[in-house]
Design a protein around this ligand. Structure first.
Ligand SMILES: Cc1ncc(C[n+]2csc(CCO)c2C)c(N)n1
Length: 221
């Protein structure tokens, strides 16, 4: 099997995630700013757990090569991407201290602990499958918004968010993630107990991504 099989298994959930109103409204500039603030604060908390999941990938490895593989991603996340997130949030008036003190919303707890539990109870492939909708989905969102006729960059307060995920750097980084995931899935038949379990993990994480957009939307109501 390959990553495309995982998406096909939950096609409707995948579209609900990657074509959600939250991202469409980011692209048109119409998203309520309180929805975005809530999302940014929760995403800070999400990213911390995401880093823990990468550390878990080292723990779940057998060979030295496997142990080294998550390191560049973990390092980039802790040394630069978190700082980028903090700096970006500062431009919206949100401080790191404020985000650190922010209570975790239900969707954040559910999603991050689901990923960590899947990794702890399962193996490395389970863990990377649970992490996959996160990286791949944002690339699909970025690619779509980059070509969407209704995307507005001029005067859009969310312009840099749209440009980050539609940009060449992010897109090419995800190609490597997909290549590695496919290498892990290659030997597993789609029509097997293992294949089915991986599809279910991917589907659950995808549904959690939908819930993550929804909790942002809900904060503006
Ligand atoms: C809820 C949520 N899901 C996915 C991402 C995307 N994402 C998470 S970590 C990372 C960098 C590692 O490649 C990226 C792009 C996000 N920010 N928030």
């Amino acid at each position: 099997m390959n990553y495309q099989d995982l998406i096909s298994y939950c096609q409707q959930d995948w579209e609900d995630y990657t074509e959600h109103d939250f991202v469409n409204q980011l692209a048109t500039g119409d998203l309520n700013k309180y929805a975005f603030f809530h999302y940014l604060k929760q995403d800070y908390l999400f990213l911390k757990h995401y880093a823990r999941a990468y550390a878990l990938a080292v723990f779940k490895s057998s060979t030295l090569a496997e142990m080294r593989e998550p390191l560049p991603g973990l390092n980039a996340l802790l040394e630069s991407e978190m700082n980028h997130h903090i700096e970006y949030c500062q431009t919206w008036g949100l401080s790191a201290e404020e985000m650190e003190a922010e209570p975790e919303d239900f969707g954040t707890v559910c999603y991050t602990r689901y990923v960590l539990d899947t990794g702890m109870a399962g193996d490395r492939t389970d863990l990377f499958t649970a992490l996959a909708p996160c990286a791949i989905g944002y690339a699909v969102v970025g690619q779509r918004l980059g070509q969407w006729p209704e995307t507005k960059l001029e005067g859009n307060p969310y312009r840099s968010w749209v440009e980050l995920y539609s940009g060449e750097d992010y897109q090419s980084g995800v190609e490597e993630t997909i290549r590695r995931l496919n290498a892990m899935l290659e030997e597993i038949p789609l029509e097997s107990k293992r294949g089915h379990r991986l599809c279910e993990i991917f589907k659950t994480a995808t549904r959690m991504e939908v819930a993550f957009w929804e909790q942002g939307m809900k904060a503006a109501q």
